[in-house]
Design a binder for this molecule. Structure first.
Ligand code: GLN
Length: 475
């Protein structure tokens, strides 16, 4: 067990000489070693972190340190760190060394965070169970027979099993929130554009966002505050002002208005999850929160729209892995075309191939209007639903996932079943709004149950305040 609740407490312990950062880093390295069977990390930076612990501790003691001084952070292996491998858990990039550091990661390092390693994930962040990794699956720390969720399964497991303080994941359709729900930790997906995507390997560029996993709302707020902001290297990053988040989490007397949409409580939702969420709603009502029914009428189209648009974007983004410029190249080929074909056939896993084929199909001349253009229009309807709802309420409350963590292998032969596990999360990426998983309860099997909160674009402040209120007053 860690001797601190959040980063503020950790810093104070170090300042007061009650915690040695070197011991703390050794503790994490030891935990990683003892939990090797979880397969949460692709790479651990043993040597560097030991060196950094001493120098950061010195900075803390002298009072000249950054906001994240001594926070031990793991980074999903789709984000670049200069001179380190970035594999995206794919054979096609297994030897690829990054030329520069992703802006989001650089901002953490600039505030004296310690990056301990890179976490396992589904190949190119495509999946919901971490079973699509060339490095093998990750086990759920709560129950090793279950998946940790995906695609940021390693990042979620690493926080849940105390293999780091905080980790970074990416969320294109739920890959932070769903594994956070399955592993029982907080997982925050910011507004699209809040955090620069420079140095993030693109999956679906108009959906991808980077965010933290943590054991508490305070650390998530602090990390988001540091990572946010406009970046000249990402023209889609926003210059919308970043409010102070971390020191500003108390709601005070303010009672936010909460919206509930029946579309998120229908068929397919486990009874246990439904009951756990209803309990939270009852408690919120009893302390004076106004809870109102809202309509999100295009919800039934979210999965189809998401899989048309993201596969289209992925097929284009992944065209660059051709054996000529990046990573794996097939040997024994006699022509250029054969080299492209064999490198891609041998380098990509099945799910990635499936998505490239689907995406190529929906973008092909005869089908572009019927699928891609239509899905673009539906995306707008889904966004409008949220705009209308947020005219009435501040926060929308839903389940994060329809089930708790499922068994390894249970859904891997049925892609559609697997895709349905994102039924409550993809809408936030279609609309570009922020969302967070709050771990609220355990099922009768002892598996974590997650609640999702959603807010309007760039309203991470109210989102985090609401999550903090639930953490402090309701749970
Ligand atoms: N599970 C979803 C998918 O497979 C979401 C992935 C993600 O958010 N990166 O596409």
């Amino acid at each position: 067990m860690l001797p601190y609740k959040n980063h503020t407490e950790k810093l104070k312990l170090i300042k007061d000489g009650k915690l040695s950062l070197t011991d703390n880093v050794e503790f994490f390295l030891d935990q990683i070693e003892k939990n090797k069977h979880l397969n949460a990390y692709n790479f651990v930076f043993n040597k560097e972190v030991k060196e950094q612990a001493g120098s950061v501790e010195g900075k803390i003691k002298s009072g000249k340190h950054g906001k994240l001084a001594g926070m031990v952070i793991a980074v999903k292996d789709v984000l670049s760190i200069k001179d380190k491998l970035t594999t995206c858990s794919s054979k096609i990039l297994k030897d690829f060394t990054s030329l520069y550091t992703a802006t989001a990661v650089k901002k953490l390092i600039d505030e004296d965070a310690i990056i301990i390693g890179k976490t396992n994930c589904d190949e190119f962040a495509m999946g919901s169970s971490n079973e699509n990794s060339a490095f093998g699956n990750v086990l759920n720390p709560v129950d090793n027979a279950k998946v940790p969720g995906g695609s940021s399964g390693g990042s979620a497991a690493a926080v849940a099993a105390e293999l780091c303080d905080v980790s970074l994941g990416t969320d294109t359709g739920g890959s932070i929130r769903q594994p956070a729900a399955f592993c029982g930790v907080y997982g925050l997906k910011p507004t699209y554009g809040r955090v620069s995507r420079y140095g993030l390997t693109a999956f679906a560029s108009s959906f991808d966002s980077i965010g933290p996993f943590s054991k508490n709302v305070e650390d998530a707020a602090l990390v988001l505050e540091v990572m946010s902001g406009n970046d000249e290297n990402d023209s889609t990053s926003s210059s919308s002002p970043i409010p102070e988040l971390s020191g500003n989490l108390s709601l005070g007397d303010k009672k936010l208005k909460i919206g509930i949409a029946k579309e998120y409580f229908g068929e397919g939702l486990s009874q246990e999850i439904k009951t756990a969420i209803e309990n939270i709603i009852l408690k919120l009502k009893s302390v004076g929160f106004e809870v109102e029914e809202i309509q999100l009428p295009h919800t039934e189209y979210t999965i189809a729209t998401y899989y048309i648009l993201t596969t289209a974007e992925a097929s284009s983004n992944l065209a660059r892995y051709d054996g000529a410029r990046y990573g794996y190249r097939s040997e024994n080929v006699s022509s250029l075309i054969e080299m492209y074909k064999s490198s891609r056939s041998e380098g990509f896993g099945n799910e990635v191939k499936r998505r490239i084929m689907l995406g190529t199909y929906v973008l092909s001349a005869g089908y572009y209007d019927a699928y891609y253009r239509k899905a673009q229009k539906v995306r707008r309807f889904i966004k409008n639903d949220f705009d209308n709802a947020f005219n009435k309420v501040d926060i929308i409350l839903t389940p994060t996932s329809p089930t708790t963590a499922f068994k390894i292998g249970e859904k891997s032969s049925d892609p559609l079943e697997m895709y349905l596990s994102d039924i409550y999360t993809t809408s936030a990426n279609l609309a570009g709004i922020p969302g967070i998983n709050v771990p609220i309860a355990k099922s009768s099997e002892g598996l974590p149950i997650g609640l999702q909160l959603l807010a309007k674009q760039f309203d991470e402040l109210n989102l985090l305040k609401m999550a903090f209120y639930i953490q402090e007053e309701i749970l």
